[in-house]
Design a protein around this ligand. Structure first.
Ligand SMILES: Cc1ncc(COP(=O)(O)O)c(C=O)c1O
Length: 469
C-alpha cells in the first residue's frame, strides 16, 4: 500500500515536470492546447487520474488554464520569467530578477526602491570607524574571516539577541551572511530540490520568489492580511502539500507593511512543528517601527528548532556592508555553513569588523531613534499626498512601503510606462505576487526619496494615474 502511494506520487510528479519542462523549453507555446488527459495518459502509460491531478496542480500554479469543455492551455506568462540566453555557452536558463529591472530606470522620483535615503545613514561616522578598525586589526585585509562569520561579531550579536528576547542562544547558532538576500539563496540551495512544495505569503518579496523558483520549488500561496493569515488555510495547505518550508516576512512585511500578531506567531510555530515544515522568518525591517516595537520574532517562540531566522541590518545601518545573520539549530547550521563555504568562503572580514564596532556603540541607538522619526514623516507626506485619491491602503506601523490598491480600471503596466516617462518609478503588484496577478495593487516606497521629492513626485504620480482613467 505504502509503495503504491509512493509510486502514484512519483508518477504524478513525473507528469507535472514533463509538461512544465515542455512549456519552459518553449516546445509548447503560450495558449497552445495541452494533450488531452486521455491522450497523455496513454502516451505515458499511466492512469488518467494521475494526469488529471498533475494538470490541476499546473492550473493552480498558474502554468496552464482551462477552457470549459475544451481542455487545458498553456498560460501566457510562464516563459516570461525565463530568459534563454542565445549564447550557446550558457547552458542553463537564467531567471529574471523583476525588481532589479525596474530599478535600472534612472528616475528623479524613486518610489520603487525599498532602500533608505543614503542621506539618513551614518556616513561620516562610518568613515572615522574605518580608521579605528584598521588600528585595532592591522591585518584585517590580510586574512579570511571564518566561513561561519567573525567570532567577535557573532558573540556581540548573541549578547544582543539574548538581551532583547531572553532566548537561549550561543554564537554557534549564528551564521553571518552577505545580506539577507544571500541568506535566502543559501537556504533555497540547501533545503530545496526541484519540485518541492514551498509555502509563500501572497504577496511577497519578489527576489525571494525568483530565488525559490530558480531552485525549482513549486510555490503554494497563503494570503497575508492586515491581521495576518487565515491559520485554517495554512493548516490545510500544510496537510495537503506537505511543504518543505514556509518563507515568511511577519514583521513590517514587504510589500504590504502588515505585521503578524504574537498570538499567530505562537500558533504558527506549533503548526510548523506538527507538520514538520521549516519556517524561514525573514526580518529585514525589524527596527523600523513608528510607535511601538513589533512583537518578538517568531524564532523566539521556537523550542524544537523549526525556525530559521534571518535578520538583516543592511537597510538601516549600511546596505554597502552587506551584513545579515542567520540563526538556527546546529544540525541545519552545519549544512548552511557547507553551502556558504562553496559560495564565498565567508563574508568579508573588514565589513564584519566595521559593522561590529558601530553596532555595539551608543551612536547606533541614537541613529535608529532619529531614523524612525524621519521615516515616519516621509510616510505621512506620502499618505497626505495620496489622500486626494480614493485609492486604498492600510497605514503601516513600520517598514518602508505603502501597499496601495488602485481602481480596477487603471491599467498598471501603462501606468508604469507613463510614470517612468515622467521620471517616477514604483513596483507593480504583479511583481510581488507568486501567481503574477494582483494587477490593481502597487508598492510605493517612501524611504528613498526626500521630503520635497515625495511631495512633488506623488502629486505628479497621481496626475499621471488620473490622466489614464
Ligand atoms: C523582505 C526582504 N528580505 C531581504 C531583503 C534583502 O536585503 P539585504 O540583502 O540587503 O539584507 C529585502 C530587501 O529589500 C527585503 O525587503
Amino acid at each position: 500500500m505504502g509503495n503504491a502511494i509512493q509510486n502514484e506520487d512519483y508518477l504524478f510528479k513525473k507528469v507535472y515536470d514533463h509538461v512544465l519542462h515542455r512549456i519552459e523549453r518553449n516546445e509548447w507555446k503560450e495558449h497552445k492546447k495541452l494533450p488531452s488527459v486521455r491522450q497523455l495518459a496513454s502516451e505515458m502509460n499511466i492512469h488518467r487520474l494521475t494526469v488529471l491531478k498533475a494538470y490541476q496542480l499546473l492550473k493552480q500554479h498558474d502554468k496552464v488554464y482551462v477552457k470549459d469543455k475544451v481542455g487545458y492551455f498553456v498560460q501566457s506568462n510562464v516563459t516570461k520569467n525565463l530568459e534563454y540566453l542565445d549564447n550557446p555557452i550558457v547552458s542553463a536558463y537564467v531567471q529574471k530578477n523583476h525588481l532589479s529591472e525596474i530599478h535600472q530606470s534612472p528616475v528623479s522620483y524613486n518610489f520603487s526602491q525599498a532602500l533608505i535615503d543614503p542621506n539618513l545613514l551614518p556616513n561620516q561616522y562610518f568613515s572615522s570607524y574605518v580608521k579605528k578598525v584598521f588600528d585595532l586589526y592591522p591585518k584585517v585585509l590580510a586574512t579570511y574571516s571564518t566561513v561561519q562569520g567573525d567570532l567577535e561579531l557573532r558573540e556581540s550579536l548573541t549578547r544582543y539577541f539574548i538581551n532583547q528576547y531572553k532566548t537561549h542562544l550561543n554564537p554557534d547558532n549564528l551564521l553571518i551572511t552577505s545580506g539577507s538576500q544571500q541568506a535566502i539563496h543559501l537556504i533555497a540551495q540547501t533545503f530545496i530540490k526541484s519540485g518541492d512544495a514551498v509555502l509563500f505569503e501572497r504577496p511577497s518579496y519578489s527576489a525571494a520568489i525568483d530565488i525559490f523558483r530558480a531552485q525549482g520549488a513549486q510555490i503554494v500561496t497563503v494570503d497575508i492580511h492586515p491581521n495576518g493569515y487565515d491559520l485554517e488555510q495554512v493548516e490545510r495547505y500544510l496537510k495537503q502539500y506537505k511543504p518543505r518550508l514556509f518563507y515568511l516576512i511577519p514583521t513590517f512585511h514587504n510589500p504590504t507593511g502588515y505585521t503578524v500578531s504574537a498570538g499567530q506567531r505562537k500558533k504558527l510555530v506549533e503548526l510548523a512543528e506538527q507538520y514538520r515544515c521549516l519556517l524561514i522568518e525573514d526580518d529585514a525591517s525589524h527596527d523600523i517601527y513608528f510607535d511601538h516595537a513589533p512583537p518578538p520574532p517568531i524564532y523566539t517562540y521556537d523550542t524544537a528548532g523549526t525556525v530559521i531566522y534571518i535578520r538583516s541590518f543592511c537597510k538601516y545601518i549600511s546596505p554597502g556592508l552587506r551584513i545579515a545573520t542567520v540563526i538556527c539549530q546546529s544540525s541545519l547550521m552545519k549544512s548552511l555553513i557547507t553551502v556558504k563555504s562553496l559560495t564565498d568562503n565567508g563574508s568579508p572580514l573588514l565589513n564584519q569588523k566595521i559593522f561590529l564596532h558601530y553596532f555595539s556603540s551608543l551612536r547606533m541607538q541614537q541613529h535608529l531613534e532619529k531614523l524612525r522619526i524621519a521615516l515616519q514623516i516621509r510616510k505621512e507626506i506620502m499618505e497626505e499626498e495620496l489622500g486626494v485619491t480614493d485609492w486604498k491602503w492600510t497605514s503601516p506601523k513600520g517598514g518602508l512601503n505603502l501597499w496601495v490598491q488602485l481602481p480596477d480600471n487603471l491599467p498598471t503596466e501603462l501606468l508604469l510606462t507613463k510614470s517612468i516617462e515622467q521620471s517616477i518609478s514604483f513596483v507593480p503588484g504583479q511583481v510581488c505576487d507568486p501567481l503574477k496577478q494582483l494587477s490593481s495593487w502597487i508598492r510605493l516606497s517612501f524611504s528613498y526619496a526626500n521630503e520635497k521629492q515625495l511631495s512633488e513626485g506623488v502629486k505628479r504620480f497621481v496626475a499621471v494615474a488620473q490622466s489614464l482613467l
